[in-house]
Write a protein that binds this ligand. Structure first.
Ligand SMILES: *Cc1c(COP(=O)(O)O)cnc(C)c1O
Length: 432
């Protein structure tokens, strides 16, 4: 009935998540409130791990791309489920360290890692640096030298696959701020250069072709292009690169228009392509990493809001104002992202009213969703926005000095806070 299997309707007609009544959660923990279903998160993790066992002899590892939602509890869950972790900043590394994450399973991404972040990552024994450019390569080599360390590195490659058009194309992706281009020979030069530095050890190549992708074909094409490149490196330089990181980007369901494919299908198709290409080039079958972020937490999360006002503008539209908005979910303002909105206390009723859900910030563009159908909304109702687990809390801000909401984790009818709601003291704590 709803976007995610963790959602249901109880006898009172209330929306439930993980067996908890959303109206009770709103009452107990306040609104706005992020709610995550632990079982859903763990099931997705298990599905990814299992797909490696089933289709690739377990010769690989999913990494949770923690930028989708970085907090200690998510790091702990990823650790318990046997996943590695992707980080893109010192703050995400710090979170992983604080959560007791095995740092050798952490990959450090980013197109502008600062010297301080590199030092902190080395001190924290981060397992791999995904190097984005030659400045970084040189800086990393230099800092490793100062610290008496050697870093395992990967290169981020632009495979030239643009997955964001319906019929994906293989050119035109040189224009990206991330990584080394294949077409220009930049990537090949970087591989040669890495051999000249003493303190880095190139073991992996990496690509990431985009996000919220439903087609498997672009992933297969990207994998083939990467294997061809590994073949060229082997043939011309005599170097065998033993690991391949194929990135994340697997699509999830925000509304009924989205049709994600089961995540197992991805590994099935991609592992076939990788094995065939490895054979063709006389290469050993590489160890594979994938980096799902959105698909691990996205559908597991919802956001609960209280409706504080309603404005019916005849022949224009009806605004419904909620107690959060772009501060806790900037995705509509940023990309007009589609979401499903449910009137949580009337989840058994037909959606019959078209409304625009507006946030409380001083910004006309502060909308959660426009012209969306919900069961008739009244002031005081609780609205649930579905599939908000990824890129909502992690992109949250304190605009208008609005404190960030709490995150509550639910499991089998029980709820616990995993990130506290910010207080007004938190808001001013760095002010001098
Ligand atoms: C953002 C990102 C991911 C995760 O993407 P999702 O769409 O959330 O799965 C993985 N790898 C890299 C390098 C990224 O930048």
């Amino acid at each position: 009935m709803f976007v995610s299997e963790c959602l249901n309707v109880n006898n009172e007609g209330h929306l439930t998540i993980g067996g908890c009544d959303t109206l009770e959660l709103a009452k107990e923990f306040g609104t706005p409130l992020y709610v995550l279903d632990e079982t859903t998160i763990r099931n997705v993790c298990k599905a990814y791990v299992k797909s490696f066992e089933k289709y690739y002899h377990g010769n690989g590892m999913p990494l949770y791309a923690s930028k989708a939602l970085s907090c200690k509890e998510l790091c702990r869950i990823a650790k318990e489920e046997g996943l590695g972790l992707d980080v893109v900043s010192g703050g995400e590394i710090y979170t992983a360290v604080q959560a007791g994450f095995p740092m050798e399973k952490v990959h450090f991404h980013g197109n502008n890692k600062t010297a301080d972040e590199i030092r902190f990552a080395l001190e924290s024994n981060v397992g791999k640096f995904v190097v984005d450019n030659l400045y970084e390569l040189e800086l990393l080599n230099e800092i490793c030298g100062e610290m008496g360390k050697k870093a395992n590195i990967s290169f981020r490659i632009k495979p030239g696959v643009d997955a964001h058009t319906h019929n994906f194309i293989r050119t035109g992706q040189i224009d990206s701020k991330f990584g080394f281009a294949l077409e220009t020979g930049e990537a090949f030069e970087a591989v040669k250069k890495a051999q000249m530095y003493d303190n880095v050890n190139l073991t992996e190549l990496h690509c990431h072709i985009g996000s919220q992708i439903f087609d498997i074909d672009p992933f297969v094409t990207a994998a083939e292009i990467m294997l061809d490149f590994m073949g060229k490196i082997h043939d011309e330089l005599g170097i065998v690169i033993s690991e391949l990181n194929l990135g994340g980007g697997f699509g999830i369901m925000y509304t009924k228009d989205d049709e994600p494919v089961p995540y197992e299908n991805y590994m099935e198709k991609v592992s076939e392509a990788v094995k065939a290409k490895a054979k063709e080039h006389g290469l050993p079958v590489p160890y594979i990493f994938i980096e799902p972020g959105r698909s691990i937490v996205g559908e597991a999360g919802i956001t609960l809001y209280k409706v504080g006002g309603k404005k019916e503008i005849p022949n224009v539209r009806t605004y419904v104002s909620v107690d959060g908005g772009m501060t806790d979910n900037i995705r509509y303002a940023l990309y007009q992202s589609a979401y499903t909105v449910v009137n949580a206390g009337k989840a058994d009723k037909e959606p019959d009213e078209i409304v625009t859900v507006a946030g409380k910030c001083c910004e006309s563009g502060d909308l959660v969703q426009e012209h969306t159908k919900v069961a008739k909304v009244e002031v005081g109702d609780t609205l649930a926005v579905l599939s908000t687990g990824a890129y909502n809390y992690s992109m949250a801000s304190n605009y208008n000095r609005i404190p960030r909401p709490a995150i509550v984790m639910v499991k089998d009818g029980k709820a616990r806070i995993v990130v506290k709601r910010e207080s007004y003291e938190d808001i001013v704590k760095n002010d001098i």
